[in-house]
Design a protein around this ligand. Structure first.
Ligand SMILES: Cc1ncc(COP(=O)(O)O)c(C=O)c1O
Length: 431
């Protein structure tokens, strides 16, 4: 990197960053495994994976090799104009590894585009137009995906209007139950409410119900195990398709290859991006054959979607996940981290709840355990203190008070211990 070039200054002058509250003050130079190195040579333990993307680690050698090989052969021709072998191989692989009857894939470049495709397919197949989504959900930044995102904070009025025909169901968020009930005595009323939403908030022309199996940006919210089973029963009764947004949860992150597997149900459409290609931009929407085949010429396309370099990388990425059994690794390490973080509750009153699955872990911070007043400023501060100690964690939640721990799944035990120690010390310092 050039000595005279000031990256931060150039960002300030030329990059649009007004859309985020802050760019973390780390000028990243390289990454390897779960380690990020900045331009000054300082190393950090990465516990955020570029927002849950590099599950197989930064610059995973198998992925790099596959991408380089493909770069030398062909970079672009357009997957929907010509036949490309990496596209064919990757879609075959997805048909094999995804749960249920999902057999055909459309490739795009991002999570939002994958969701757009899923919603278009659902409408086309059912010939209905309404969508039900969850409050506190997040599905992307395009107009379509913002329209089904259940967070007004992300749908600024001045950028609207957004799509009509979207109704929102209560979040299966036990720590802050929207129905003020308590699990398991609640009888999973939040799932049962989906029927009320259909009956009283739509015109009964619902094409799809879209949900993240674990809500990521919403604050690592883990729906109870019966939630999707109850939801599916209702959807089937009304002929509504289930679109599972696995953009953040997919590819072993939660200790299953796909998070929906925790719930023992399948979906009609599944959308991926983030960890699918270990950091190369790729989105995918996979569905049942009969749904896939309702698209007619002109209905959908993407110039770069299914880029052969990204697809070759994605194939190597999935093979690596399988060969190294990252599913079991995420599950075991996740249990360890959650147990260690949960133990910190005795020491730190600020910790309201530790939750998650696999290595998708959230720590919700509150000023008062009774009132659950969100400790948003403290969460920002703890993230900063962790960074100063050489550990990068994420921050999120609709109330801004959830620390997110989503490291590469190849992270070592000692790196995990370093991260836990940094969180513990930061909580000490903030008292
Ligand atoms: C669950 C979920 N869906 C969709 C998206 C949008 O993905 P992208 O940013 O690649 O468009 C995200 C991004 O964070 C996500 O977490």
């Amino acid at each position: 990197m050039s000595e005279s070039f000031d990256v931060v200054e150039a960002y300030y002058r030329y990059v649009i960053t007004s859309c985020v509250s802050k760019v973390e003050p780390v000028v990243v130079s390289s990454g390897s495994g779960a380690t990020i190195t900045d331009v000054n040579g300082r190393q950090y333990v990465d516990c955020f994976s570029g927002i849950s993307v590099v599950n197989v680690g930064h610059c995973n050698p198998k992925v790099v090799e596959a991408a380089k090989k493909q770069l030398d052969r062909l970079i672009h021709a357009c997957a929907y104009v010509y036949y490309l072998e990496p596209v064919a191989r990757l879609s075959e692989k997805l048909a094999q590894v995804t749960p249920g009857e999902l057999k055909k894939t459309f490739f795009s470049n991002s999570g939002a585009e994958a969701i757009e495709c899923g919603l278009k397919l659902a409408r086309k197949y059912t010939k209905k137009h309404e969508i039900i989504a969850l409050m506190r959900s997040f599905h992307g930044r395009t107009f379509g995906t913002l329209s089904v995102t259940g967070q007004s904070g992300r749908r600024s009025y001045s950028m609207g209007p957004y799509l009509g025909s979207v109704a929102f169901a209560p979040t299966p968020y036990c720590y802050r139950c929207p129905l003020a009930l308590e699990y398991p005595g609640c009888g999973i009323q939040c799932a049962k409410m989906i029927e009320d939403v259909i009956r009283y908030s739509t015109s009964n022309n619902v094409a799809a119900f879209i949900a993240e199996p674990l809500l990521g940006e919403g604050g690592i919210i883990v729906p109870p195990v019966e939630y999707f089973q109850e939801a599916k029963k209702i959807l089937e009764r009304y002929g509504i398709l289930f679109v599972a947004d696995e953009v953040q949860t997919g590819f072993a992150r939660t200790g299953k290859l796909f998070a929906l597997e925790h719930y023992g149900v399948t979906s009609d459409i599944m959308c991926f991006a983030k960890a699918i290609a270990a950091g190369l931009p790729l989105g995918a929407c996979t569905t049942r054959r009969e749904i896939a085949d309702t698209f007619e010429p002109g209905d959908h396309l993407s110039t770069f979607g299914g880029n052969p370099v990204c697809c070759a990388a994605a194939l190597a990425n999935i093979e690596y996940i399988q060969e190294e059994d990252l599913v079991s690794r995420a599950s075991k390490q996740g249990e360890y981290v959650m147990r260690r973080l949960d133990e910190l509750k005795d020491k730190h009153q600020l910790i309201g709840e530790v939750r998650g699955k696999g290595l998708m872990i959230g720590m919700e911070l509150v000023r008062n355990r009774e009132t659950k007043e969100p400790a948003a400023l403290e969460t920002v501060k703890i993230r900063e203190l962790c960074r100063q100690k050489g550990v990068l964690v994420g921050h999120g939640g609709t109330l801004g008070n959830v620390l997110r721990i989503q490291p590469p799944l190849v992270i070592s035990q000692s790196q995990l211990d370093t991260a836990i120690e940094a969180i513990d010390q930061s909580l000490d310092e903030i008292k």
